[in-house]
Write a new protein. Sequence first.
Length: 397
Amino acid sequence: MTRSLALAALLAALGPLMAADWPLHRGPNQNGLSAETDWKVAKPKLLWKTRIGLGYSGMSVAAGKLYSAGHDAKTDSVFCIDAPTGKILWKHSFPQALGAHYYQGGTTGCPTPDGNTVYHVARAGEVFALDAATGKPKWTTNLKKDHGLDVPEWGFTGAPVPYGDTILLNAGAGGIALKKSDGSPVWKSANEEASYSTPLLFRKGGTDLALFSHKKGYVCVNPKTGQETWRFKWLTRYGVNATEPLLSGDFLFISTGYDKGAALLKWTGAGEPTVVWQNRDMANQMNPCVLLDGYLYGISGNEGVDGTGLKAMELATGTAAWSDPSIGHGALLSANGKLIVVSEQGVLQIGNASPKAWKPEVSEKVIDGRVWTQPVLSDARLFVRNQEGEIVCLSLK
């Protein structure tokens, strides 16, 4: 509850939001949890589907509008879609390479609506502030050309995170803050290759803090000034730290893929974090876990590797509870004590989050193609996206 209140204060700059909004990557509290209760566990009804182009970009929802991005030929586009009907209200397109590097390429990251502006970062470093009503650019800047920050191997990604009069981006050794008004820098970190997570806001001892990932680990900074508080070395194959840590009191849970695994850190607000435990029994390659009643639930393992699937683990001890490899490299969120899981093959499963076993009450094929993108629940509408950029909207009313 304390963390929720702190985040509510931190994110107040988002302006008036509907109760069902999902304005940030991983939800309003950046933890994969939805506060919605006015939905039911039942076979979903298809409301609409549309196609926006190749990629794995996340989805955000604010004021009845869905935002995401897709790639077509030599162009990326940010889309604004009417959430109830699926009508495309506008799109903003710009040149962008396919970027097929060990996968089929296309967009990553997630647009962030904030009041009357939508912010987005593209893989080559373009940052856009788009008018939320029309999609027309208010300003653009480039993280490499204008700010001297090297492009990571798989491109810049993550979602811009509003903070006061700035937006925070995962770039450099420990982030960059740009003015919302014109995109000029308020502060920026040294030119070290960033990794692929979204900046994570939190508060400790009355102080605002933000976590960023870079090629060699995670760094905690003051989001007002960029001053570094601590670093935690976390080396993975290919320098991929693509997931956001989870916070619980004095504890931070970190989990990444490529056989690195997970660690529980303790940080009381002074000095450096200390390791409580570390193992390879939970390895979140792309999507972080959710935390419910002391247990972690997440996709563990690398894409394309046998045994990858949904897994449960006790946070305090790192003891694995169960695993279900039938999910493959899918994605999930949680609402009202339930897990809403979409398998890599596009099968929707809904059931109780229990450390005893995974016994879904609903199991229904809802989309073709490969699914790595986290589903989004907003106003009892579930949005699911595949790699070809098809989005389906399902009613759980």
